[in-house]
Design a protein. Sequence first.
Length: 267
Amino acid sequence: MTHHATMVLQTAALIVVLATAVAMAAALAFNRLERSTTRALSHWFGWRSVMVTGWLGVPAHELSHLAACKALGLRVVDFRLFAPDPRSSTLGYVQFVQEGRGMGRAVRRFLVGVAPLALGVTLLTVGWLMVFPSALAKLPAPPVTGGSMAGNMSLAGLRSALAALKGLPVFAKAAHPLFWIYSYLALAVGLHMAPSRADLKNAVAGGLITSIGLVGILALATVLWPKAASLAARIVVMAFAALLWTLILTWLYSMAISGLTWLASRR
């Protein structure tokens, strides 16, 4: 293997590892915030209070599971896109039968489990680009030198991209209704997009296999389509910005719920 090929594979592996770490951290944070807020709302204000965000977030979560099952050829036994049950604390579900063994079974189980997170990040990113339509163009294009992914995703390029994000007119957009509409929809989607423990149960093997496959795909795509890789790198940065903003909104919402429940407990 040539030095150039080794660099491409090493950088692709680094990108996948970093992206996986960010996704796992975000999933854990959203999962914990969703569980705490849902439990507090249901206990103090009744299960209908979950509708504030659940009317959109829960159907999107379950619909992603359903779509993944259909795309992967899994037999769906039953599903409810939104069916809050105070006794079991479930808001919706998709029951499916997974047949077969081996790597294919593990990968399918993993993909179905992470489908809500994938759909959620996609929706958040698309919405972010609608609110900030010129943001993608303002990000500096990572340098492309002979298709080198190492050049594309250098730390210098990442730092310059994050610096460009600081210049986004977030506070200027605060005067526009579209910004707050997006923020509310992002809260509704983000609060419910984390895979549950049941979603990721026994999915570690599938995640490892999928990650290895992604490294190969990413490395090959960068060599064959360097300009597409450069654009993808900028979209990833925008996805990170949208995810960070949604996490901040979700945390503020959780803090507000905690304050309301504290006041309710003092009565």
